[in-house]
Design a protein around this ligand. Sequence first.
Ligand code: ATP
Length: 237
Amino acid sequence: MIKVKNLNAGYGKLQILFDVNAKIEKGKITTVVGPNGSGKSTFLKTLFGLTKIYSGEIIFKDKDIAKVPPHKKARMKIAYLPQTNNVFANLTVEENLKIAGYVLNKDKVKERIEIALNVFPELKDILKRKAGTLSGGQRQFLAMGMALVRDAEVLMLDEPTAQLSPKLAEVIFEKIIEMRDNFGLTILLVEQNAKRALEISDNGYMFVSGRVAFEGTAEELLNHEKFKEYSLGITAI
Ligand SMILES: Nc1ncnc2c1ncn2[C@@H]1O[C@H](COP(=O)(O)OP(=O)(O)OP(=O)(O)O)[C@@H](O)[C@H]1O
């Protein structure tokens, strides 16, 4: 679905990603893990067009979209959910859902909101609440629901379980699985909760210092000696 070729990117002159090659397969969950500061978030931002790309290609549906700006990528059904500020705080839950579907016609928006509320029934009772007053978990449900309203094909999630209780984190992981299995979404996930994230994933990448240190099926990563050491905190890699 998305093929990343020899990607070099960063912020201004500060290069963060070095020669990254990756394949994000259609209808699968791909998780990026790695130590703090290894460039995981920068990778997602780069795919969405929010950093400076020095060289390399991002192939999506046979086209190089490396230079396509974020608003056009959104129209190409690529959704990016940053860690924070992923909803409009001053608008209600309902307004957020409606705004997510602004490019669709009215009937279609209604239909998509219904679909989103079926996946996130937790939102049904809080439709009139301002998004800024929601708990972390509710906000995450809303942000993911908005991506469903938009009918996104690719969903890039930056640490969706950050600061959530283990129980709520588990609910988010279940929703991610549901979005893959029931809607065929292609999901790219960055997670601190590396072990659990890989357990629900098909494929994985381990980033170290802005480079792909190793890659494989999620199972291969989970069983990789280096990954075991890293997740046990024995080595910083
Ligand atoms: N807007 C920015 N401008 C300049 N440097 C930045 C910016 N955002 C991130 N960086 C730097 O890029 C490097 C990689 O950060 P990034 O957030 O991509 O790592 P990460 O692997 O997602 O880390 P974490 O797990 O801590 O979120 C860090 O050194 C960080 O300080």
